[in-house]
Design a protein around this ligand. Structure first.
Ligand SMILES: Nc1ncnc2c1ncn2[C@@H]1O[C@H](COP(=O)(O)OP(=O)(O)O)[C@@H](O)[C@H]1O
Ligand SMILES: [Mg+2]
Length: 263
């Protein structure tokens, strides 16, 4: 059975896009068919995180009724499929986000999991993403403003018939003063689906020459380990085993340089 899950938060910058990409890859590595949808139609950046730069047809074109949904789905890294959003402000202005629900419905049956990377806040585009999803996973930082905002998202989701299944705490440092998981669980009346530590490797994923999601670049980084656990909690399957990318040794690099020189 196909599951459509909105990855949502109150505030921006709490890790929705990071989570969508990496949890999606972990689910795909466990053998599930996964579609990631960049539902942040105003500030699309899931493509950047996935290291995918050329996507001529996007969700914008589909929402505008100018393209078929199948044509806006691409092969992403780690075995996921991916529907990017457009970057043009002009097309964003004309897009009817209320059509998202019917677009997602058209393709959801082909996948085990459809994850929607939501915009922040509770504006129209967020509501469209929640309405298009059966379930929502909420993400918050362990501080009161972030929790207060995600509580609003939870209530909006419920009103739209989207079932909030749990909360994920991101940017955890374990410092004194951080709101404890137990208290977050009580405040939101939701189970904790995982705690992702603050991990400098997450940001470094953007700094590489070839951007690659953390789950593939550094599967043993603490944030990757936490996100694999979250994927296993979502699916109920065993945690995916992801091999570290092979390091090219000094001798091989030297040989390659030598070979190039000969051409
Ligand atoms: N656990 C983490 N540790 C360190 N940096 C993180 C972590 N999670 C996310 N980030 C960084 O925080 C920023 C915001 O994350 P992002 O996923 O884009 O949030 P959102 O989609 O909610 O706006 C990005 O620069 C990302 O690399
Ligand atoms: Mg985002």
């Amino acid at each position: 059975m196909s599951r459509t899950i909105a990855i949502a938060s109150g505030k921006g910058g709490v890790g929705k896009t990071t989570l969508t990409a990496n949890v999606g890859i972990a689910l795909a590595k466990s053998g599930f068919k996964v579609l990631l949808v960049d539902a942040d139609i105003a500030m699309a950046n899931l493509s950047l995180l996935l290291g995918m730069h050329s996507s001529p047809i996007t969700l914008h074109d589909v929402l505008l009724g100018e393209s078929n949904v199948e044509d806006a789905i691409y092969d992403g890294p780690g075995g996921v499929k991916f529907m990017p959003s457009g970057l043009s402000l002009e097309s964003y202005r004309r897009v009817d986000s209320d059509r998202l629900q019917s677009v997602v419905k058209q393709v959801a049956g082909d996948y085990d999991f459809v994850l929607l990377d939501c915009p922040p806040g509770i504006e129209r585009t967020v509501m469209a993403s929640l309405a298009a999803s059966d379930e929502a996973l909420l993400i918050t930082m362990p501080n009161p403003p972030s929790i207060a905002d995600v509580l609003k998202t939870k209530l909006v989701a419920q009103r739209l018939g989207c079932n909030p299944i749990g909360v994920i705490i991101n940017f955890s440092t374990g410092e004194k003063g951080e709101v404890k998981g137990e208290d977050i669980m009580k405040m939101l009346e939701l189970p904790i689906y995982g705690v992702i530590p603050m991990d400098a490797e997450v940001r470094r994923s953007f700094m590489q020459e070839n951007v690659q999601p953390l789950m593939l670049r550094k599967p043993d980084a603490p944030a990757s380990v936490a996100m694999r656990k979250i994927a296993a909690k979502i699916s109920g399957a065993k945690e995916a085993v992801i091999a570290k990318p092979a390091r090219i040794g000094f001798l091989t690099r030297l040989k390659n340089i030598f070979k190039r020189g000969k051409k």
